[in-house]
Design a protein around this ligand. Structure first.
Ligand code: IVH
Length: 676
């Protein structure tokens, strides 16, 4: 055996391993080796190729960034045109679509559709000849686009050659190139750090990154791909369905959306749309709707096309998440901790499915960075349940004579001085509990569901209680009488009596809820829970110095300092004493063992479906046993607790092979660890 052949074999083996790991990572989302191992194989291959350049082939994984920059993009004519999609914005439009198709196909029964998220990136056509990537082109006008092969080759999710050997002689694949949200955020951070221009959204970032003349720039951008169709195919029967073809693409190493599913009938389409809509924020990438395609390819042929869109497909779009509107005023709100937050009052606009008339501007740094002014036309974004925000100003529409927004020197509520520390973005009212706004916010927090959970004590009522001077501190709440409350606006005897009852019920609480309810800076539920577990008694928390506080998991120097400062204030000590006098009580215990020794330490649970108790209760119990309770199922989840009507999370658990418990199963498991 000659040395060369052994070398060639070694190079081939390395390339095959690299390609296989890349497939596990990008297509199956199931990496088999750590990144360091992949990097090692890659470096080994690079070293061999540097030593023996004659062994380099264009489809070697080391050759993703090929030659230097281009002067311009060539034009590519698409052998099969790249079409666009009709949109449906309502359920009605969707059922009209389904009815039209059933009439055209003369079908009494239901139609099976392949459903996939509509990705928000840009369309690409990849051409493989004899299994090797030879060309990548943008959609352009649908008939011809730009040759971006040099850039697409740098995208790690795009195989330079197909896996297996049963592929068509020519395979054109259509898909969407996009930038995941996280990659987009870090790209913008990098751009900002370098003083370069930032991108408005992941779609623009993907487009800007792909249309680079220098592939080295594209190579640094976190682009990826999902395939959703095919173009020209030579010498291969493929399958009878869209979903079957997508499975084939996946088998050949091309990434396909893991959300692809076949749904039968219009109700199932609506179910899929709702499910994805609910999960939209948890996906790693932006989507703007769902694409439904008739799954049967024979039916697709029968249905055909109208102008530039197929009759057999439709995009059911989510309501737009960004709209333009005008800033009518900028006001400042004072929060519980005194943070003075600028808020834009907007000309009402329908965005993300609701009418929005206020949007947060976060803090003065943001106002200055975005240079938002009264009179400006701005992009407002409302994604999911997130608070609406002003994304940026449309400078072309700025009227004449606008003024930059300035931070008020005095608190708009109590007139105390507003302070802005040098390295802090947040400005604060220095009035503390003298400031009615801070008092109100502190009380709202104290009464909220996850704190003392005082039913019927809503925001409006708290505003009145503070404005009339009936209540100043949380302890005052417990001195309220039916008579005093009944005298307030929109309050009858009955609701006053209910409130006094609710206050009475709230007296019986837990140490962790109580600590959380105090609204100490940076002490959220998790920290309050750790403190309660660590110290067991309120007096033990009060007696702890900063070093002792820092022994608590979750409590670092900053939180320890906030705690210490809070408990040091005579005013706060006084309120605590009054609360105890008002008989707010909770079970106390000796300091508990380290959380690592708790039975569910290191275990992650997800709760889904309807349980016989509230999810919060079950969550609290599990956390008490050391478990982490999260919102979404992944490979790291240990148990999914499924109540009735469990939906996608249950399906995901089954798909990933995560253990699923019903309520009885959970009770058994708790009993088991309890006796262990
Ligand atoms: S299918 C013949 N599927 O949406 C059907 N398109 O509005 C051609 N898009 O240009 C498109 N995700 O860039 C299809 N799962 C998906 C898609 C998708 C995003 C884009 C695509 C297309 C545009 C049409």
């Amino acid at each position: 055996m000659s040395v060369d052949t052994a070398l060639q074999r070694q190079v081939r083996a390395l390339r095959e391993q690299i390609e296989r790991h890349s497939y596990q990572y990008h297509v199956l989302d199931d990496p088999q080796v750590p990144d360091s191992e992949y990097d090692r194989l890659f470096r080994d291959l690079q070293a061999l190729e540097t030593e023996h350049p004659e062994l380099i082939t264009p489809d070697s994984p080391t050759q993703r960034v090929g030659a230097g920059p281009l002067d311009a993009f060539d034009e590519v004519r698409h052998s099969v045109p790249m079409l666009s999609l009709d949109n449906a914005l309502t359920d009605q439009a969707m059922s009209d679509f389904d009815r039209r198709l059933r009439e055209r196909l003369d079908r009494d029964g239901v139609i099976a559709y392949a459903a996939e998220p509509k990705l928000d990136g840009l369309a690409i056509s990849l051409r493989y000849e004899d299994g090797v990537l030879v060309q990548a082109a943008t959609r352009g006008d649908g008939t011809s686009g730009e040759n971006v092969t040099h850039n697409v080759r740098t995208i790690a999710a795009v195989p330079l050659r197909l896996l297996g050997g049963d592929w068509p002689k020519v395979l054109e694949v259509r898909g969407e190139i996009f930038m995941p949200k996280q990659g987009f955020e870090s790209l913008n951070e990098r751009q900002r750090a370098q003083g370069a221009k930032t991108f408005a959204n992941p779609r623009n970032a993907a487009a800007g990154s792909l249309r680079q003349l220098d592939p080295r720039i594209t190579a640094e951008r976190p682009l990826t791909l999902f395939c959703y169709g095919t173009g020209e195919i030579v010498d291969h029967p493929m399958t009878q369905t869209h979903s079957g073809n997508m499975a084939l693409l996946k088998h050949w190493g091309l990434p396909v959306s893991p959300e692809l599913a076949v749904v039968t009938g219009i109700d199932a389409c609506a179910g899929y749309f709702e499910d994805i809509g609910r999960r939209r924020d948890t996906l790693a990438y932006d989507i703007d709707g769902v694409v439904f395609k008739v799954d049967s390819l024979a039916d697709q042929v029968e249905l055909g096309y109208v102008s530039r869109a197929p009759r057999w497909a439709i995009a059911h779009k989510f309501p737009a998440q960004e709209e333009l509107t005008v800033v009518e005023a900028v006001e400042f709100q004072v929060g519980r901790t005194g943070a003075v937050t600028p808020v834009a009052r907007l000309k009402p606009v329908f965005v993300g499915g609701v009418t929005v008339s206020n949007a947060t501007l976060h803090n003065m740094d943001e106002v200055e960075r975005k240079d938002v002014r009264v009179g400006d036309t701005v992009f407002v974004r409302r994604a999911g349940d997130v608070i609406p925000e002003v994304v940026r100003v449309l400078l072309e529409r700025r009227p004449e004579h606008t003024e930059p927004v300035v931070l008020p020197g005095a608190c708009p509520v109590c007139g105390s001085q507003v302070e802005r520390l040098e390295d802090e973005a947040v400005a604060r009212c220095s009035g503390g509990l003298f400031c009615a706004a801070q008092r109100k916010e502190a009380l709202k927090h104290f009464a909220s569901r996850r704190a003392l959970d005082i039913e019927g004590l809503g925001d409006k009522l708290i505003d009145q209680l503070v404005d009339t001077g009936l209540v100043e501190t949380p302890a005052d709440l417990f001195g309220l009488t039916v008579d005093a409350v009944a005298g307030l606006e929109r309050m009858g005897e009955k609701s006053a009596a209910n409130l006094v009852d609710a206050l009475d019920k709230a007296r019986d609480t837990s140490l962790e809820r109580f600590l959380y309810a105090l609204g100490i800076r940076e002490v959220g539920e998790a920290t309050a829970r750790s403190l309660a577990r660590q110290f067991g008694k309120l007096d033990a928390v009060l007696a702890a110095d900063e070093a002792a506080l820092q022994q608590t998991p979750d409590v670092g120097p900053v939180v320890a300092q906030h705690l210490h400062t809070f408990f040091e204030q005579p005013h706060n000590r006084e309120v605590l004493a009054q609360l105890r006098k008002a008989d707010i009580h909770w079970p106390e215990h000796e300091p508990v063992a380290e959380p690592e020794s708790l039975p569910f330490a290191g275990k992650t649970f997800v709760l889904t479906g309807t349980l016989s108790e509230s999810r919060d209760k079950v969550k609290e119990r599990l956390q008490g046993l050391g478990a982490k309770v999260t919102g979404s199922v992944s490979k790291k989840t240990d148990y999914v607790v499924a109540g009735t009507d469990a939906g996608s999370k249950l399906a995901k658990a089954e798909q990933l092979g995560v253990a699923v418990l019903d309520e009885q199963g959970l009770a058994d498991l708790i009993a088991e660890v309890g006796t262990a």
